[in-house]
Design a protein around this ligand. Structure first.
Ligand code: SF4
Ligand code: ZN
Length: 321
């Protein structure tokens, strides 16, 4: 079998494999919670994270499942600030805030410029605000928002992978040059950026997945990002399940995530985080899962490589097993 399928993977094919969306309320956030994170200044702090309910992203990336909790039409003006207000009133006070909107914060169809002022007033007391955006929307709107807010702005961008053919097949409609241009634009305007890097996107074996994730981290730091978050790719969005059924995709193993994070920390070019959401699904060994999770969490916070977990699943059980 060829590494790549012979049919075209575009919007039409991806959309045809989607299931139903979940019902959402445009005036209530999808989710909100506190997570601990190491900051650029080297301290560990609580981050208020708000997953906003927003309209569906205009891109249809092959690996994306964020569309499941989005609206078909733009949310009404004022809805986003109402969601932020609601979440903040239910969260303890923190210094850092993530506003993730399942798309691009600077896409005016998602969040209109008219909303910026109210949002800015709500985030006034934070030290950092982190939003996400596709490079296509990183432009003067970004500067407009930055000028309105007191906290330091950070923008997260999905680099996904530097594998040229896989990046193209992901249907993100982004070239590496677009990513690089955006990071440089942000840096030259005093805005931090972070990259999302995929661990084992479709069409790659486990070892290729590890190798390309490492190359992607190296590249991201070379462009000037201050941090990288490594996301193990999971199925469940329809398209990836169809690819998995035909052996074009398999989810990575938690041990590969550990290897990539070790590499990233060792590089010492910036912060390297593992995305631990749904991490249990990337392990088939109950004996070491909890220890590996704890190790990844501590490495996220301390940016130190902790001793490897010994287990029979890797052929090196600790003595006494
Ligand atoms: S740009 Fe981001 S939110 Fe939009 S489809 Fe791609 S991965 Fe999903
Ligand atoms: Zn094990």
């Amino acid at each position: 079998m060829s590494k790549f399928p012979d049919f075209e993977i575009g919007d039409k094919w991806i959309l045809s494999h989607r299931g139903e969306k979940n019902p959402v309320d445009p005036f209530k956030p999808n989710n909100y919670f506190i997570e601990k994170e190491r900051t650029v200044s080297g301290t560990v702090g609580d981050v208020s994270t708000i997953i906003l309910t927003n309209s569906e992203c205009p891109f249809r990336c092959l690996m994306c499942d964020l569309w499941k909790n989005t609206t078909d039409k733009p949310v009404p003006e004022g809805a986003i600030s109402e969601q932020i207000e609601y979440a903040l009133s239910h969260l303890p006070v923190t210094k850092h805030l993530k506003l993730y909107n399942s798309g691009s914060f600077f896409d005016n169809r998602a969040i209109t410029k008219n909303d910026y002022k109210k949002i800015a007033s709500l985030v006034d007391n934070f030290e950092t605000v982190i939003v996400e955006s596709h490079p296509a929307f990183i432009n003067k709107n970004t500067l407009l928002f930055r000028n309105l807010i007191k906290p330091k702005l950070q923008v997260a961008i999905g680099l996904e992978t530097v594998h040229p053919e896989v990046l193209q097949k992901l249907n993100k409609k982004m070239k590496l040059a677009d990513f690089e241009r955006s990071v440089r634009f942000l840096s030259s305007n005093g805005i931090f950026s972070r990259a999302f890097v995929l661990l084992r996107p479709p069409f790659l074996s486990e070892s290729e997945g590890v190798s390309w994730a490492k190359k992607s981290i190296f590249y991201a730091f070379s462009t000037g990002v201050t941090s990288c978050t490594v996301i193990p790719v999971r199925s469940g969005n329809g398209a990836l399940d169809a690819l998995a059924a035909n052996n074009y995709f398999e989810k990575p193993d938690i041990r590969s995530l550990e290897e990539v994070i070790e590499y990233g920390i060792e590089l010492n070019e910036g912060l390297v985080f593992s995305d631990l959401w749904d991490i249990d699904s990337f392990s088939s060994c109950n004996k070491c899962l909890e220890k590996r999770k704890e190790r990844l969490l501590q490495m996220n916070l301390d940016q130190i490589i902790y001793p490897e977990i010994l287990c029979s699943c890797t052929g090196n059980p600790p003595s006494g097993w």
